[in-house]
Design a protein around this ligand. Structure first.
Ligand SMILES: C[S@@+](CC[C@H](N)C(=O)[O-])C[C@H]1O[C@@H](n2cnc3c(N)ncnc32)[C@H](O)[C@@H]1O
Length: 182
């Protein structure tokens, strides 16, 4: 199980980026995102995506982060520009994560200093400031060695059929319902 812990979410200011953290987590193989601040709008938006494009994927908001991080029974990986380069750290992370759950911690604004001590690994995706979305995407890709691309989602009502030009969207539930009627 891979869970992303999102710290410091500000409902208005971070609405778009936290949505993207959730979409990226889901698309690239995480099972859940836990957000520290309660946010029913975010929950609604992500539930809509899961309903259309499939799951399982869990979003919890209003998660007390201190307790969540402390109680997490698995490997805790904090993404920070101040950490060890991802290529250097990954072998040890993979070894520690064998057969265990992984929590990937990303910030919004400045993260509390104690996170650096609570994490098993502080990892940098390059030692330059960029985005939690980019850092998360690259980390999930590297951790899974690209296996996220073969992940299948269940219960979707739509699916995209890859197309060199234009959009091709298949409506699965309607299709299933029609098939059942016939
Ligand atoms: C936009 S940054 C804000 C960082 C904030 N100014 C600070 O000093 O902690 C938000 C989050 O993006 C992630 N991030 C940004 N650059 C990163 C990097 N080079 N490597 C890993 N994570 C990074 C971290 O999780 C960080 O908490």
């Amino acid at each position: 199980m891979i869970v992303v812990m999102r710290l410091g979410h500000r409902r208005l200011r971070d609405a778009r980026v936290t949505t993207h953290v959730c979409l990226t987590a889901r698309a690239f193989g995480a099972d859940a995102v836990w957000v520290d601040t309660p946010d029913s709008e975010l929950e609604k938006a992500i539930a809509g995506v899961v309903d259309r494009f499939g799951g399982p994927f869990e979003l919890r908001t209003g998660v007390p982060w201190k307790k969540a991080v402390k109680d997490f029974n698995g490997v805790k990986v904090h993404l920070t520009m101040y950490g060890m380069p991802i290529d250097q750290a990954l072998p040890a992370v993979r070894k520690a994560a064998r057969g265990r759950s992984v929590m990937i911690i990303v910030g919004a604004s400045k993260v509390p200093g104690e996170i650096f001590g609570s994490a098993d690994f502080n990892i940098a995706v390059g030692n330059h400031p960029h985005s939690e979305v980019a850092a998360l995407a690259l980390t999930l890709d590297r951790l899974s060695r690209g296996a996220w691309a073969r992940k299948t989602f269940k219960g979707a009502s739509v699916a995209v059929r890859p197309h060199a030009r234009g959009k091709d969207v298949v409506h699965l539930k309607a299709k299933r319902a029609r098939a059942e009627e016939e």
